[in-house]
Design a protein around this ligand. Structure first.
Ligand code: FES
Ligand code: FES
Length: 160
């Protein structure tokens, strides 16, 4: 094996993968270019837009900022892993119902950014939702509808 390549085993959306990974590649590169999971977008590639957000061991991360060789034994969830068969995830349904996406480029990142809050099954406040999504940018300026979409899926505290 060439010395700039490392064999890494990890799980994506519940499926095991073992790949020989170029040490320079990011998690986003692997998802998009090796596994054909193109829901996570390469917006800035600099950690500034959140379009590449996925869940890594339960936390929302910018996958463009994670070297793929660091994900050994990790569990990753992408937007492609949210639906149950033909049934969309409540966050996906709420984004449709609340018009949370215009061009849709940022939408997977916002949904994955909100996913840990949804999974926490807590009654969160709008402020908590805003904070969780503070690193995500929407060039269509759909922020109001995006927050409404997350609120619609998660519910908020009475004082939220
Ligand atoms: S593409 Fe990763 S933060 Fe913009
Ligand atoms: S809906 Fe277009 S970038 Fe957000």
């Amino acid at each position: 094996m060439e010395n700039h390549v490392t064999q890494v085993a990890f799980k994506v959306n519940g499926e095991e993968h073992t790949l020989d990974i170029d040490n320079r590649f990011t998690l986003l590169d692997i998802l998009r270019d090796k596994l054909n999971l193109t829901g996570a977008k390469k917006g800035c590639d600099l950690g500034e837009c959140g379009a590449c957000t996925v869940i890594l061991d339960g936390k929302a991360v910018n996958s463009c900022q994670i070297l793929a060789v660091k994900i050994a034994s990790s569990e990753i969830k992408t937007i492609e892993g949210l639906n149950q068969g033909n049934t969309l995830h409540p966050l996906q349904i709420s984004f449709i119902e609340n018009d949370g996406g215009q061009c849709g480029y940022c939408t997977p990142g916002f949904i994955m950014g909100a996913y840990p809050l949804f999974e926490s099954r807590r009654n969160v406040s709008v402020e908590e939702i805003r904070l969780a999504l503070a690193g995500n940018l929407c060039r269509c300026n759909a922020y109001g509808a995006i927050i409404d979409s997350v609120v619609g899926a998660i519910g908020i505290k009475a004082d939220g």
